[in-house]
Design a binder for this molecule. Structure first.
Ligand code: MN
Ligand code: MN
Length: 467
């Protein structure tokens, strides 16, 4: 190729690079340090409640205070509001009044899992089990024959609440859902993946050791209930008002001989949740505009409900902040920008047929922008306008953020959604962006460390943007 052609090519054509061809050794040190913090965050918060508690712990360390209605809201204030223990809203009040808008990063901290049914405990064939009801888009065959742990709360009629944790502490027993042996799996193996493991067979094995005499019945169930009563003081009726969640009993770890990736449960979307939180906590000076970090619940089941992104809890918090400065909420929203920080699919060569390679997100190519999500003809997408994408391109490029732009997969191959539309519906300019994930929604998902860090950098640049 002639020099002239090379010049022309460089000037006119896209030159996206693997992030490793861009970052310095110094940056890689920062990537590693960041990812150590992220792994600890994952292990501390395997449910939305535990994650919210960890968020508050980290925020309090950096001087964030719980917001209460009627408090003064002034430049430099660091405030948070926890919605029913499951979602957290944090704000670092900017130099400019809220009438000039806010810079928001909105992620979610719920993840696909198995919830216990309200009447979960039973015995069959002298084994005790919990019935479960899956939460979010799981592939059921992935949840059998793996170690699981149980977290959650049992709310008692007297208003007290008992925290349950089985399987997370060193030396704890784990729970499991059994699978069929291949020797007897001839018929099952002929079924499509989606129906081979029926939801009603996702039953957690709890015990097999009976108490009492051989003529008694239900001895294993009673033995398990006694253990639970000894440890937590609960009875079978108390499961009626409990939220107990089975999640993979696996700690976050490095993946690959080169340790370039992280494998864990719940990257979707704690990987963006952590980035949004850490970026906020790392702001070294008061931002021009108020920086808001939203860590929502219920995204995996449609963002409905009192702790989901569609809840008025967000509007109420923002309206309270605005009221303290004499600003109308609608004025603040109209001028605000939101990065809807949620994961996207990373191109997987083993499943190349569902991706469109020219518009896929690749591992190590940085934070992935998504102009639209949705399915079919963009159904269910907020579809950010071109000006918004240009705005974020500028912010990222000025901050030296490594980024890419992609779609989830091939048109008509499927689809997905995020909280973006619920922010956009509030008259907040919104764009989706997040970390590309391999095996999304599996009990063990994989991301690139470099992409995690670039997502943090990207969100920090959004918070710090002055216009
Ligand atoms: Mn998500
Ligand atoms: Mn998801």
């Amino acid at each position: 190729m002639s020099d002239e052609m090379k010049e022309l090519k460089k000037k006119l054509l896209t030159t996206k690079k693997n992030g490793y061809d861009i970052v310095s050794g110094e940056t890689m040190m920062a990537v590693e340090a960041y990812c150590e913090g992220y792994k600890a965050f994952l292990d501390a918060g395997k449910t939305e409640r535990l994650c919210a508690a960890e968020v508050i712990r980290l925020a309090a360390e950096k001087g964030y205070r719980p917001y209460e209605r009627g408090m003064e809201v002034k430049e430099g204030d660091k405030l948070y509001y926890c919605n029913r223990g499951k979602a957290v809203l944090l704000a670092h009040i900017g130099k400019e009044p809220l009438s000039t808008g806010t810079q928001i990063a909105a992620a979610h901290i719920d993840a696909p899992r198995l919830d216990l049914k309200p009447n979960p405990l039973y015995e069959d064939a002298e084994m005790a089990f919990f019935k479960t009801h899956y939460y979010g888009g799981i592939r059921k065959y992935q949840w059998v024959a793996i170690p699981l742990e149980l977290h959650g709360v049992v709310a008692m009629k007297d208003g007290s609440s008992v925290s349950v944790n089985i399987g997370a502490d060193p030396g704890d027993p784990r729970l499991v859902i059994t699978d069929l042996l291949p020797h007897l799996g001839a018929e099952q193996s002929k079924k499509p993946l989606g129906s081979a493991i029926p939801a009603e067979t996702l039953n957690l094995l709890l015990g097999s050791r009976p108490i009492g005499d051989e003529e008694d019945s239900g001895r294993v169930k009673l033995a398990v209930m006694k253990l639970l009563n000894d440890k937590y003081g609960i009875t079978e009726d108390d499961f009626n008002s409990a939220e107990l969640e089975a999640v993979p009993a696996v700690a976050a770890c490095d993946i690959g001989l080169d340790r370039s990736m992280i494998g864990a449960y719940g990257h979707d979307d704690r990987v963006c949740g952590y980035a949004a939180l850490k970026a906020l906590l790392d702001l070294d000076k008061t931002p021009a505009k108020t920086a808001v970090c939203v860590l929502a619940d219920k995204e995996e089941i449609g963002s409905d409900g009192v702790t989901g992104m569609q809840s008025a809890a967000f509007d109420t918090f923002m309206e309270d902040l605005c009221a303290a400065q004499g600003v109308a909420l609608r004025v603040c929203f109209e001028k605000s920008f939101c990065l809807s920080a949620d994961v996207t699919a990373a191109y997987d060569p083993d499943f190349a047929e569902v991706y469109e390679k020219r518009n896929s997100a690749f591992l190590n190519y940085g934070i992935g922008l998504c102009k639209y999500t949705g399915a079919r003809g963009k159904s269910g997408a907020s579809d950010a306008d071109a000006e918004t994408v240009a705005y974020v391109r500028r912010i990222f490029d000025e901050a030296g953020v490594i980024w890419q732009i992609a779609e989830l997969g091939k048109v008509d191959a499927g689809g997905g959604g995020t909280v973006a539309m619920y922010m956009a519906n509030r008259n907040i300019t919104t764009l989706d962006a997040g970390v590309p994930v391999l095996s999304m929604h599996a009990p063990f998902e994989t991301v690139s460390k470099l992409d995690c860090y670039e997502t943090y950098k990207g969100i920090k640049a959004v918070y710090e943007a002055e216009t």
